[in-house]
Design a protein around this ligand. Sequence first.
Ligand SMILES: [Fe+2]
Length: 288
Amino acid sequence: MPAVSITPTDAALGATVEGVDMRTPPDDATIEVIETALETYGVLIFPNQIVTPAQQVTFSAALGPLELTANIDARLDGQPEIFVVGNTGAKTVTFAPKAGSDDLEWHTDHIHRSEPSRASLLYAKEIPEEGGDTLFACMYSAYDGLSLEDKEAYGRLEAIHSVAGLRAYLRDQAEEDEYDPGRQEAMPESVTWPLVRRHPRTGRPALYFGAKITIGIRGRSREDGLRFVRELTAHATQPAFVYRHVWRKHDAVLWDNRRALHAATPFDMERHRRLMHRTTLRETEPVA
Ligand SMILES: [Fe+2]
């Protein structure tokens, strides 16, 4: 195994990993280093990776089974495991708020599917001169920051997730015409998961929800549920829990969807191009 160095950021999560070359699939020892670091730091930044789509897919698949995006138009031609994100592909997919809005779409990937994603790998091919950052929020910290009473109460709650919540958001941000995440593949109407989940590697509790995709709390009125989600989002994404990734070309960033929320920030789509390739690892452990 090549020497791998891991340098944590000074935020609640995130670390830079050097000594891993994504052009070749990782050996077993490297996989173990990556998986341990992924749980420890939540977000891993691999700078200066020059990879083809096929190499990204092979590297990702060595970590576990992959999931395809539901939107067939956003799959890369010839390499369907790659989800093309940005404003240069066949479909504009940014999940970012419109310019001037701070209504971020904090989420964890595929929470609204019956098999969620455990981790995602996003590779920067083209980045805008400004904007288009990705924010990550640590859901261990968000849970740890609750009062004892809230920890107990939230441990009994179940949250309801649906692509309808994401559609409504994209409609508000006027992106819906270009991209509808559930248009081409049947989605369950909604999926219910415990609000607090334990990380399968450590048993550590984390909040598990999204700002828009979570449409309610079981047993509560729609209004109450949405208010709760709004307040929980404000708590869980406070600056002390957040790492901001300012992309550089050829960064590859792997994050743990069991432990981190993420959100895209806007960029000027008229002036700038942003092209990212995502591979998505399927959840392999029960959420509940
Ligand atoms: Fe995402």
